[in-house]
Design a protein around this ligand. Structure first.
Ligand SMILES: Nc1nc2c(c(=O)[nH]1)N[C@H]1C(S)=C(S)[C@@H](COP(=O)(O)O)O[C@H]1N2
Ligand SMILES: [Mo]
Length: 263
């Protein structure tokens, strides 16, 4: 009896793209999948973010797929424009409440007790004194109304505020020449970003959504919000931050997703 092997390709259709375009570009899509640059579905929004090109029409799809298939982390890092600002939106466009996602269902989240919570600091940081919720509340706030793009193929506009990450890193005496900033979370999630992204003017440690404290599903009391990265590069329920030159990886990156995953 023949054993049916599951299809090797886990690539599901790009949202908003005609099946005929996908058929015509099948080899490129397979190539992307083979290199595990992207796994699972990918939206046009995600492609736009990964490539920095606005993927709005059919002609653009092929060139963008080509671009993505040839990208690797090093190249993406080279084309990163440190002070290039990502589009922001108006309050009227903000989704309330935001859309939940994690590697488990919303019923399974374990809320963080703000009274007991502390942010631990490690690595190339001069002042490793842990931070409390009350101390974060005293920091100056920056607001970002930005698009959250999940690689699974959905997105929403969110309104986040909290301390500018560069300001926070300067305040704790972080070595801004180090390569990576890594995050540990109250769940088993972990992640990391390159220093250039950490220092980007639209990267914050968010404590509020739509001017109210972030609620449990969305990362209370502290999460990262960076405008230049896909959703999974924004850890929620952060418990520790480390500045390091040793590549830290991340939960999804260690399962095959592209580490840079941004512009
Ligand atoms: N700690 C933690 N952070 C996480 C995740 C997670 O499972 N655990 N999922 C990531 C993914 S894949 C996405 S799309 C966003 C979802 O954020 P939201 O629920 O605020 O929309 O959180 C990211 N940060
Ligand atoms: Mo995601």
């Amino acid at each position: 009896m023949a054993i049916k092997t599951p299809s090797r390709s886990r690539f599901r259709p790009l949202q908003g793209v005609d099946q005929s375009i996908l058929d015509a570009n099948k080899s490129l899509i397979d190539e992307i999948d083979r290199r595990k640059i992207l796994r699972g579905a990918v939206s046009l929004g995600a492609l736009t973010m990964l490539t920095g090109c606005n993927v709005t029409n059919q002609d653009a799809v092929q060139s963008v797929l080509k671009a993505v298939s040839s990208l690797n982390d090093e190249i993406q890092q080279l084309i990163f424009r440190p002070n290039h600002l990502v589009p922001t939106y108006t309050e009227a466009e903000v989704l309330k409440p935001p859309r939940f996602n994690a590697y488990y269902d919303v019923e399974d989240i374990a809320p963080v007790d703000g009274a007991k919570w502390k942010l631990e600091l490690a690595g190339l940081v001069q002042d490793k004194k842990p931070w409390t919720v009350a101390q974060f509340a005293e920091l100056p706030e920056q607001e970002l109304i930005i698009r959250h793009i999940c690689v699974e193929g959905w997105d929403y506009i969110g309104q986040w505020s909290g301390v500018n990450f560069r300001q926070f890193l300067e305040r704790i005496g972080a070595d801004l020449k180090a390569k990576y900033v890594s995050f540990r979370c109250a769940d088993d999630y972990y992640g990391s970003i390159d220093m250039a992204t950490a220092l980007h003017p639209q990267t914050i440690l968010a404590t509020k959504y739509a001017k109210q404290p972030i609620t449990d599903p969305f990362g209370f009391p502290l999460r990262l919000r960076t405008a230049t990265k896909l959703g999974f590069k924004n850890p929620k329920w952060i418990t520790a931050i480390e500045v390091t030159n040793t590549f830290p990886g991340g939960y999804w990156e260690d399962r095959g997703f592209n580490w840079h995953s941004g512009i």
